[in-house]
Design a protein around this ligand. Structure first.
Ligand code: PLP
Length: 387
């Protein structure tokens, strides 16, 4: 079956963050919204059909996640990432962000240092600051070919830190970390007893030519000192169903984490997230493969357009995620001037770079999980304001 990613789905008036909060976030309800990380594509038919079938049953009471549910995730991780996960390693969490915040609470105490690799997804910052932990920035370096981890800095930071929250692959810079990079990070963290929380929510959105390495597959010791979070929500556009998975190979750590989740009464979740996730993990292979080709087409379109028409906008092509991290500092404008030109002049709703860390000042993150015609319109608007 050929899926149609060109189709425009009107999303206004659905309490949709991306469209219906434009006035609040951008001060302009007319911006073309290419910010928050969900897709403008239809959630695939197999996921919607599973939700509709469950919705037909007239009782929406409490439920639990059963073995077929976890087996579907297990099968997906094996097929797509060659990761053999035991069923008992997995447990439900209502979201990846919620999950890593619970891990912070369960495994660190007030004042402990938590390392993040900025610029990075804003909730990574809040996971430390929101719970009175100390944030330590292992800021990424910009190399010839793209962003790199700063291992020298990490060596010194790991001596006193308790936890590192890893974004694998990385949002917003789009790096799909290699086996060697992850191994080096894990050696430093193991030697210094730094617990690694691996947010792998983007792991299925790896673009053609790249390969995701699940952090826990590096070696047994690494597997025993990490918590991995996975979800079908980014991959299949299910974010509103609040359903994710914690994967913890180490039994003691698993007990500690699951006890914390239980203490918050957060382990049940909703019936629709269960059936949509299960259907996606069982039936989503072909849809995902077509999606990734389409997203790659959008990335190529933007990369060619910018290189030809707006060379002052600098970028590295993403290896993973449907986002591009664009550097507008070449225009020599202040952060505020750039924001006004983007939101009032170009009328584009992109994520403001400084929210990902101070090194994101003058950057914007654009979400390319949308029909090609939206991408073309965005480039037209950008050129008319910045060209
Ligand atoms: C790296 C990363 N982690 C987590 C999330 C959100 O996960 P959830 O909706 O499961 O909390 C996002 C969404 O953009 C993300 O980019």
């Amino acid at each position: 079956m050929q899926y149609n990613f060109d189709k425009i789905i009107p999303r206004e008036d659905t309490n949709c963050v991306k469209y219906d909060l434009r006035q609040v976030v951008f001060g302009n309800p007319k911006v073309l919204p290419m910010w928050v990380a969900d897709m403008d594509f239809e959630t695939p038919d197999f996921a919607r059909n599973a939700v509709i079938a469950r919705a037909e049953h007239p009782v929406y009471g409490y439920h639990f996640k059963d073995e077929p549910y976890f087996k579907a995730i297990q099968g997906w991780l094996l097929r797509h990432h060659q990761w053999q996960v035991d069923l008992e390693w997995m447990s439900f969490v209502p979201g990846v962000v919620c999950g890593f915040n619970m891990a912070v609470m369960a495994f660190t105490k007030e004042g402990d240092e938590i390392i993040i690799q900025s610029p990075v997804y804003p909730p990574f910052h809040h996971a430390a600051t929101g719970h009175n932990r100390k944030l330590v920035y292992n800021t990424l370096k910009v190399g010839e070919k793209g962003y790199e981890m700063d291992f020298e800095l990490l060596e010194s930071q790991a001596k006193t830190a308790k936890m590192l929250i890893l974004c694998n692959p990385h949002n917003p810079v789009g790096r799909c970390w290699t086996h060697d990079e992850l191994l080096r990070l894990s050696e430093i963290c193991l030697r210094n007893h730094v617990l690694v929380i691996a947010d792998e929510i983007h792991c299925d959105l790896v673009l053609p030519g790249f390969k995701h390495v699940p952090y826990a597959t590096l070696n047994e010791e690494t597997a025993n000192h990490c918590i991995v979070f996975h979800a079908a929500s980014k991959t299949f556009n299910l974010a509103g169903l609040a359903t994710s998975t914690a994967i913890i190979p180490n039994k003691d750590m698993r007990d500690t984490f699951n006890n914390y989740v239980h203490s918050m009464e957060a382990e049940l979740g909703n019936i629709f997230g269960k059936v949509a996730t299960q259907a996606s993990m069982e039936q989503g292979d072909e849809w995902l493969s077509q999606l990734l080709d389409y997203v790659q087409g959008n990335v190529d379109y933007v990369a060619d357009f910018l290189a030809q028409k707006l060379p002052k906008v600098r970028f590295f092509k993403p290896e993973a995620t449907y986002m591009m991290w664009l550097d507008f500092n070449g225009f020599g404008l202040s952060e505020e001037e750039l924001w006004l030109k983007m939101t009032r002049g170009a009328e584009l709703g992109l994520n403001r770079g400084k929210e990902f860390g101070q090194e994101g000042s003058g950057f914007f993150r654009i979400n390319l999980a949308c029909p090609r015609s939206t991408v073309e319109e965005a480039m037209r608007r950008l050129y008319s304001e910045f060209g």
